[in-house]
Design a protein around this ligand. Structure first.
Ligand code: SF4
Length: 200
């Protein structure tokens, strides 16, 4: 698509998962077909409340910053065909990552796919072929078993596996997460470091 609804675009650090600590431009697309009860960006859900920008406007704004790392997030960014946006960013030598619940098929040109499945909507089966990073948010103890079920479907032998306590329940669930990590040592802990730092 040549135009996309954008809730916000900003320079920050990637707070979670494999690329934690990297300077990144986040492009937060508006619209979500998932509806997590614990969502911390509910204002992204209604795409009509946000401006529709052209791909060239979006890409131009990423050039204001020195980092070459761009994260497309949402909302649920796979609601839209992102092929043109990703191609245009890559022509500007950007490394393009996506954060997605995988509810719709992804284009093939994305450099890094962080798949974070959500119980509120089943992922599209094609996502398991494209995962570089599986990041499962633990909101309920049953999410740990559910994490393994998703990991078993990931095709890429080099994929990275992260378990992340949901922010509002992290104290409550940390002992469970710790025990999970000790029993499944190829998984790693992901924390929402941007929330500790109080940055977006
Ligand atoms: Fe919120 Fe993301 Fe869940 Fe959508 S998929 S409801 S944006 S946490």
């Amino acid at each position: 698509m040549n135009e996309l609804p954008v809730m916000e675009q900003f320079l920050t650090l990637q707070g979670e998962g494999y690329h934690t600590g990297k300077s990144a431009v986040f492009i937060r697309l508006a619209g979500c077909d998932v509806g997590c009860v614990w969502c911390d960006v509910k204002e992204s859900w209604d795409a009509e409340k946000h401006p529709v920008l052209s791909v060239s406007e979006i890409v131009k704004k990423t050039l204001d910053y020195r980092t070459d790392f761009v994260v497309i997030t949402g909302g649920e960014p796979t609601l839209y065909d992102l092929t043109i946006l990703v191609d245009t960013l890559k022509k500007q030598n950007k490394y393009v990552a996506i954060e997605t619940a995988g509810t719709n098929p992804l284009p093939d040109n994305i450099d890094w796919v962080c798949f974070s499945p959500k119980k509120f909507k089943k992922p599209h089966p094609s996502i398991y072929q494209k995962v570089n990073e599986l990041k499962v948010v633990v909101y309920h103890p049953s999410d740990l078993k559910w994490a393994i079920e998703h990991a078993d479907k990931v095709v890429n032998n080099d994929a990275h596996f992260y378990i992340q306590p949901e922010w509002s329940r992290s104290d409550e669930h940390f002992p469970l997460v710790l025990s999970f990590l000790n029993e499944n040592p190829h998984w790693r802990l992901s924390l929402q470091t941007h929330k500790f730092l109080n940055i977006p």
